[in-house]
Design a protein around this ligand. Structure first.
Ligand SMILES: [Zn+2]
Length: 247
């Protein structure tokens, strides 16, 4: 079994979904499909009904946060239904409209508090705001419940997350980026997870359209960098899956 801890099945086009489901089943992959917002969550719920191996999360991605924040308490029922809140977090790098930074922080803090209240894990985007994400999670004592997605910040902050026992999803650039290899080397194998982040992530890295089975290349890349056998990596990731997703 392979586990993709950070994908977006709703990034695939509708007419590709059957192909995606087949790819998932054939390769024995469990896919955590992260929500971008409410509509994305509802789509993911539909996908998880159509394909047993897809698990939906709920969250509002920093790219979808607007200046006017709606009443977020109405989402508690969604949160009660899921195991992981995400994709949530901060993005001060790709987001150009700085006026959303403050609302992003408010929305992120809201979901961190809810994760604490309902005892959920978090799937977190940290781009260009790694230190502030750390501080917010530290304050709520939620670092151990955090899955840091595709970390690309500085090593100083990375080490703080590692010391706090956070988890990390290594992404599709593990076979291409020296920086990602360096980051993967520093993270203990017991805290490493894998992800594909939807079809466009691999496209961004090497121009190829990513199917869920790209997760196999990510696992193999991690094994090469960490100098370990596939079974050893699977042992750790499977254990996290059992602990986080299964009851
Ligand atoms: Zn993502």
């Amino acid at each position: 079994m392979y586990i993709d801890f950070h994908n977006h099945i709703d990034f695939y086009k509708n007419d590709e979904l059957q192909k995606v489901y087949k790819d998932i089943e054939k390769n024995n992959i469990k896919v955590i499909s992260c929500a971008m917002d409410e509509e994305s969550y509802k789509n993911n719920l539909r996908f998880s009904k159509e394909c047993d191996s897809i698990i939906s999360t709920f969250g509002i991605h920093p790219w979808r946060v607007t200046k006017e924040i709606p009443n977020l308490d109405i989402y508690d029922d969604y949160i009660k239904n899921i195991k992981i809140i995400g994709e949530i977090g901060l993005d001060f790098h790709w987001v150009e409209d700085k006026s959303t930074f403050e609302p992003q922080v408010k929305v992120f803090k809201h979901f961190v508090k809810k994760a604490k209240k309902y005892d959920k894990f978090l799937n977190i985007h940290t781009k260009g705001a790694e230190e502030l994400v750390y501080e917010i999670l530290y304050k709520e004592n939620m670092l151990e419940k955090s899955i840091i997605h595709w970390y690309s910040g500085d090593i100083y902050t990375l080490n703080k997350f590692i010391d706090a026992n956070s988890l990390f999803t290594i992404s599709v650039d593990i076979n291409y980026s020296e920086k990602t290899k360096e980051i993967a080397k520093l993270i203990p194998i017991s805290n490493i997870l894998a992800e594909t982040d939807g079809p466009t992530a691999l496209e961004w890295v090497n121009g190829a359209y990513g199917m869920p089975s790209e997760i196999i290349n990510v696992y193999n890349g991690i094994c090469r960098v960490k100098n370990i056998e596939l079974d050893e990596l699977k042992f750790y990731i499977d254990n996290h899956y059992d602990r986080i997703i299964k009851d």
